[in-house]
Design a protein around this ligand. Structure first.
Ligand SMILES: [Ca+2]
Ligand SMILES: [Ca+2]
Length: 288
């Protein structure tokens, strides 16, 4: 009878020890078990990560997915984290890490988070501190001298940088230049929508934006006027020195068979000859 009680006691101890094996044996955060832990209660990741399932403890419940087959032990690859860390949702996993017994991909390990406030970290194209801001866009990267900011891996003066005017990436275009952190037109030019123009010479924006000069006038010194060698006569720009209808003055037309030369009406010269000088009707025609 004593032997029976002894056997009973052994069995009870065995059952007790099994029910108390709530603390799984884990190596490198992976439980030495092949069970599917998805949905079971947990207190830590090791309760959920097993030899065949990658899992994490989220809100005291296991979230697990079956491991996939790898090709070569020791290989690594970028993976999507089942549990993102801040803004970093990509990690790295290794093929068959300890203690996996099969050629499965190991847990997706979150990137090592480091400060993003050094010159190297501010120009590596990575979000080192997982705050969603990379390099120059991360305020932690503002390690440049006073008055300068870090943009695209370099320090610039935002008050005068045409590529980073006022802030990183704010490029001045359409002929504008950076002044005191604002993209502005150069002195003497105006922003007439779409670009900087010189209102002293622009026939579309003469004197002010939108004030266009009707042909034949053009913009001279900010005013619509005839070219310097011409005079406005009856809405047309003419050369008083040679215009037969306005010879020497507006409306002073030369008679038929006369031409206007140097502002004077003169008899036309035969073919092959040109007027040279001439006073009133006394015209000197010379060859050539
Ligand atoms: Ca970085
Ligand atoms: Ca960052």
């Amino acid at each position: 009878m004593a032997k029976v009680w002894w056997l009973f006691g052994i069995g009870w101890l065995a059952a007790f020890s099994m029910s108390c094996s709530a603390t799984p044996e884990c190596i490198n955060g992976i439980q030495i078990s092949e069970k599917n832990t998805h949905g079971i209660d947990c207190t830590k990741d090791c309760d959920c990560s097993t030899l065949r399932y990658e899992g994490y403890c989220v809100n005291n419940r296991c979230t697990s997915t079956a491991r996939t087959v790898a090709e070569r032990k020791g290989a690594t690859r970028v993976c999507k984290l089942l549990r993102p860390v801040d803004y970093c949702d990509l990690g790295e996993q290794t093929a068959q890490p300890e203690p996996l017994t099969g050629l499965w991909w190991g847990d997706c390990i979150a990137p090592k988070i480091t400060p993003e406030n050094t010159e190297a970290a501010c120009s590596d194209g990575k979000d080192n501190d997982c705050d969603g801001l990379i390099d120059g866009k991360d305020p932690n990267c503002n390690i440049c001298a006073n008055g300068q900011i870090s943009c695209a891996g370099g320090c610039v003066n935002p008050k005068e940088s045409n590529l980073h005017c006022g802030s990183c990436g704010n490029t001045c275009g359409n002929g504008k230049v950076c002044k005191e952190g604002n993209c502005q037109c150069p002195i003497g030019q105006a922003d007439c929508g779409g670009g900087c123009v010189d209102t002293k010479t622009s026939s579309q924006h003469c004197g002010s934006c939108g004030n266009s000069c009707a042909a034949p006038k053009s913009c001279v010194g900010g005013q619509c006027a005839c070219p310097s060698s011409q005079t406005l006569c009856g809405g047309s720009c003419v050369d008083l020195a040679s215009d037969g209808q306005n010879c020497g003055g507006c409306g002073k037309a030369c008679a038929t068979q006369q031409v206007c030369s140097k502002g004077l009406c003169a008899a036309d010269c035969p073919s092959g000859q040109t007027i040279c000088g001439g006073f009133l009707l006394d015209t000197l025609c010379v060859s050539g």
